[in-house]
Design a protein around this ligand. Structure first.
Ligand SMILES: Nc1ncnc2c1ncn2[C@@H]1O[C@H](COP(=O)(O)OS(=O)(=O)O)[C@@H](OP(=O)(O)O)[C@H]1O
Ligand SMILES: Nc1ncnc2c1ncn2[C@@H]1O[C@H](COP(=O)(O)OP(=O)(O)O)[C@@H](O)[C@H]1O
Length: 281
């Protein structure tokens, strides 16, 4: 806090471009982010008022770059949401990344049930934590306990499951996290749609290339046994499809009796992130 009761400026958010854009003199608002005579919030309010006079219609579902929603100047219709407008905030991804000293991205781990997705995700998250990098795991099983509890395992519900997790992962990456999503995500198309949600290169697909036989032998939850007995219908790999990736950034192979440890697998992902520069801002 400074003498006037405001928090000092956050480091790194005072680019001249943004100060110019939001420039505002005076101001004594309760949410005044303050510093240096610039009230970012009030200026943004001014900008919204101006734009309201300008808008006169809706735009299509998707912008040319494929990212739905971020039309800064006009009202949009996205799906069933009519007359919505993107609200920009002064603190951006690049600012959060500087704070966290890393780059936000999505690590998408796909593979059969029992292939080791959750184990690698947790090993990776732990190794990142030990290095001082912030990550968060979105595990399909866990998310089906809450956000996606309304979804079954039929193809269209799996697609919606993947879409929602893709959207959440996109937010985490935008927050600056290394977001680790681990879901069976059996359909190429669903995974490709998630890839398209984030800036190119920020989506790292990791394929757990583990034969069905190995997964079935592990069967830690007894689900394969139930599926073979016909007590679970539409189980991936048994009577439901799994489409392996054709162009995954990382393939973690595990042949019968010849498996790297989860830590070695996680290490491969860390090496990839290091080389690509995600572990520093
Ligand atoms: N029919 C069927 N097919 C596949 N898996 C099933 C099924 N029914 C329940 N389960 C359990 O649900 C976990 C997979 O959830 P996901 O959200 O990752 O699946 S999907 O991506 O929507 O296909 C999966 O967890 P993992 O073993 O961790 O993959 C299973 O425990
Ligand atoms: N690299 C590995 N080598 C040997 N066993 C593993 C390996 N990774 C995971 N496992 C074991 O395989 C089983 C399934 O792992 P899990 O992470 O739950 O898979 P998934 O999330 O894909 O269903 C667990 O019993 C786990 O201990």
């Amino acid at each position: 806090m400074n003498a006037s009761g405001f928090k000092p400026a956050l480091p790194g958010i005072s680019s001249s471009k943004r100060l110019g854009f939001f420039s505002f003199s005076g101001g004594n608002q309760p949410f005044d982010l303050k510093p240096r005579g610039v009230c970012l919030i009030k200026a943004a309010m001014e900008e919204t008022r101006t734009l309201k006079l300008d808008v006169n219609g809706k735009v299509g579902d998707k912008l040319p770059n494929g990212h739905a929603g971020k039309n800064h100047n006009q009202l949009s219709t996205i799906g069933n949401s009519t007359n919505i407008k993107w609200h920009e905030c002064p603190v951006e991804k690049i600012d959060r990344q500087k704070l966290l000293k890393q780059k936000g991205c999505v690590i998408w781990i796909t593979g059969l049930s029992g292939s080791g997705k959750s184990t690698v995700a947790c090993a990776l998250s732990h190794m990142l934590y030990q290095r001082g990098n912030l990550s968060y795991v979105l595990d399909g099983d866990n998310i089906r306990h809450g956000l996606n509890r309304d979804l079954s395992f039929k193809a269209e519900d799996r697609a919606e499951n993947i879409r929602r997790v893709g959207e959440v992962a996109k937010l985490f990456a935008d927050a600056g996290f290394i977001c680790i999503a681990c879901l069976i995500s059996p359909y190429r198309r669903d995974r490709a749609e998630c890839r398209a949600m984030v800036p190119s290169k920020d989506f790292v697909e990791v394929f757990m290339d583990v034969p069905l036989q190995v997964c079935e032998n592990r069967d830690p939850k007894g689900l394969y046994k139930l599926a073979r007995a016909g007590k679970i219908k539409g189980f991936t790999g048994i009577d439901d499809p799994y489409e392996p990736p054709l162009d995954a950034e990382i393939v973690l192979q595990c042949n019968t009796g010849d498996c790297s440890t989860p830590c070695d697998m996680a290490e491969k992902v860390i090496s990839y992130l290091e080389v690509k520069g995600y572990l520093q801002a």
